[in-house]
Design a protein around this ligand. Sequence first.
Ligand code: ATP
Ligand code: MG
Length: 675
Amino acid sequence: MPFLVIIALITVTVTIILLLQTPARQRGTIRQLNVQLAEQTRTIADSEFRQGLLFSSNPCAMWIFDCHTLRFLEVNDAAVNTYGYSREEFMGMSVLDIRPEEGVPTFLEAVSERRGGHKHFGIWQHRRKDGSVFPAEVIAFEFHNDGHAERLILAIDVTERCRVEAALRESEASLKALVDNAPFGIQQSLIEENRIKTLNPALCKMLGDYSVEEALQLNIREQVYADPKERDRLIEVLRRGGTIHGWETTLRSRDGSSVPVRITGSLSGGENGPPEVFSAYVEDMTQHSALEQQVRQVQKLEAVGRLAGGMAHDFNNVLVVIKLSTELMLDQVTPESPFSKPLLQISTAADRAAALTRQMLAFGRQQMMQPRIINLNTVVSETTQMLRRIIGEDVQLVTNLSETIENSRLDPDQVAQVILNLAVNARDAMPQGGTLHIETTNANLDEAYTKDHPPVQPGRYVMLAVSDTGTGIDKSILPRIFDPFFTTKELGKGTGLGLSIVYGIVKQSGGYIRVYSEPGHGTTFKLYFPTTTASPTRLTFREVFVRPSGQTLLVVEDDANIRNNVCQCLQQLGYQASQAESGAAALRVCEELEGKIDLALIDLVMAGKRGNELATDLADLYPGMRVLFMSGYTEDSTARREILMRNSPFLQKPFSVADLAKAVQDALASNVMPN
Ligand SMILES: Nc1ncnc2c1ncn2[C@@H]1O[C@H](COP(=O)(O)OP(=O)(O)OP(=O)(O)O)[C@@H](O)[C@H]1O
Ligand SMILES: [Mg+2]
């Protein structure tokens, strides 16, 4: 090795000069020095040999090049093996030849920094003889030989290490992306310091859109937990068991509102080791809680509805008797009679009782709806006249009805009741006056909307919005306003049924209702009803009752009082009326009369054969016979649906003599057969 030879030569020369300058009496010492010199020379030779061995048999590629010409001066066997050039080829090459062209400028720049000593030269792209390129980690040692700057290079192929490092970087990046994009909060917090150590964007958002820097400053106990003691309890449980699973608690959002969450996580460190760290996943349960509340609400209403429905059935039957009997008696007395006034009072009371039953059934969603194709604007326009009277002079009524509104299949009376109930509430919320705004428009609820508003189904709807500029509804009572009997009004001013009726009607119509309210600024109720492409059918009601010409009617009803009452009324109206107490009896009567019955008036709810089953049998046996159903209430939703689908005429109990007369007449005039 030239530089080792240089060092050895310098040492020998220095020793000889020293010997020549030494006096005779010191010759003994010189001999001694000679021995030492011989040893040193041997040592140098040994060292040179070892170092030569280190170079030539090193498993890593090594070479020496001239810093000026950049030519290879020496290469070891490993370099020959690694790069694929023979030693002779190397000797005719420069170090620029073992790197891709694009790497040359950077290399030239680096090599121009001439500093002596060891230098970690970093990782470079090198090229083999076969053209393949690989990453090489290079360590350089610069020295001077005969006035020339030279470099000893050690190059290690780090392809595998780079691959592993890249894979590791990639894995870390995808893990980070997973945490950053996770739909639930992820965090690590220092228990003793009471601070968050690290957290993901979802948790920042959940806590009220803090920046990461702000979140890291939070005092967890006081600023993150709604109840600081809840955190103490959580730590206690963690220290006892090490983990928690689905711990339900409430966090405090930046604006002070509550965020119900479920936490799952574990504790590490502690007991004089590294600091205690709590690693956890935080699930936002806000939507879940809202859904739960909605389900509870629906269940509650359904329970009350079933109860109301059960009562309504019997109640309506009683009312039919009261109503028809009173009217029959009224027919017999002159207006001057002392019975006239009390009879009228009974009749009015029965009407009020009937209205009450209707309301009970409406919020229980059990009412027999009589929907038809309507245009929402028509109902609103027909209602506004009455609304103006109800809301009074201090409240201004503004309507904004979209001209292109689509049709929907609704019971117009029920929609009118919905508008009325909402308007009355609005009026009550504006004791000092204000504006009642009624708006209709088409609404296309897409999947993006319905995902955020379960259980709304995507589709086309007509929207009815009723807004006021009143007191608004406090956040704390908002979840309860649709509850039956929930009212904030003083005794006698409100029953708390208004909104539950609205809710019932909207649900029964296949629609949805949403409330937006800001205390002090007013409230908006938005009602969505499904649309239809069908057009309104013109119902022709005969204004004048035409005296019947001997048609025969059959009244099928299991309640004897009603049966007799109805028959009596029909006879007074001029019809022939037969009666039957059950489906089987009805079939017998028909047989006896050889099917000469024009219309069967059938109660829907009877013991034995159900009303709609009887209608089907009659249709098979006597195709010309018409059917008119009557019912106060039926729990049997299949029967209700069947009737609606058949479009069969239907008479809601309780009814007046006029209602009965009109329904019978219409049914006889209709072309609709029972099947
Ligand atoms: N537009 C509104 N502005 C402010 N509060 C309202 C509004 N609508 C309803 N509320 C609140 O909701 C409660 C329930 O309303 P709901 O119509 O069911 O019953 P009510 O009006 O109290 O009684 P009822 O309608 O049976 O006479 C009301 O007592 C009121 O507190
Ligand atoms: Mg009300």
